[in-house]
Unconditional design. Structure first.
Length: 193
């Protein structure tokens, strides 16, 4: 799984960089995905975006870590928290280094003032969901992780707060970060399950 995450994530980061470089394509996708200010789709996009924020993903990770500690799987709990926190800090650092402006304010359906590249919503959701799927170890967990990450990434572009290239790179970063962290994932004690 480690190799798949590293390769898939690297390809997504590369796709994001290439799309950014091909600015007309990035702009065209941005405009094609934009939603009207009112309506059902805009409400859904705002709802999905709220799921990908730290106020939802953070407690989900903390509750899972608490459950793991309770099940005497403290190493896995620590791995989960350190993987997500360190990844989120690196994403914010990259945003400060790159300093890519967000799409024009007139295009945005949500007020966001930080830098744009990579999307921390997309990266954070991918990191959290993939790390949880890694711990759960069932195919349904992987499907759910990728669907949630896809929906939240879509919401960021649909709300006009990110360029499509930001989201691709965010997804890729999240995969690469967890893929790199897998080597430190402790093996669970079979009797603790």
């Amino acid at each position: 799984m480690e190799r798949r995450l590293l390769v898939s994530g690297s390809l997504l980061v590369l796709a994001g960089l290439l799309l950014w470089w091909a600015a007309p394509a990035d702009l065209a996708i941005h405009h094609a995905a934009a939603l009207a200010r009112q309506g059902w789709a805009a409400r859904q996009a705002l709802w999905f975006t709220s799921l990908g924020g730290l106020l939802v993903m953070g407690p989900a990770a903390l509750l899972t870590a608490g459950w793991l500690f309770w099940r005497r799987r403290g190493g896995e709990a620590l791995w989960l928290i350190l993987t997500i926190v360190s990844g989120r800090l690196v994403v914010e650092g990259v945003k400060l280094l790159v300093q890519r402006p967000r799409p024009p304010i007139a295009d945005r359906l949500e007020l966001v003032t930080s830098w744009s590249f990579p999307s921390s919503h997309s990266a954070g959701t991918m990191m959290t969901c993939v790390a949880l799927a890694m711990l759960w170890g069932r195919p349904a967990g992987w499907v759910a992780a990728l669907l949630v990450a896809a929906a939240i990434g879509w919401s960021r572009v649909a709300l006009g707060v990110h360029w499509p290239s930001d989201v691709l790179a965010g997804w890729g970063f999240g995969m690469v970060w967890v893929g790199a962290a897998v080597r430190w994932l402790p093996r669970a004690n079979p009797r603790s399950h």
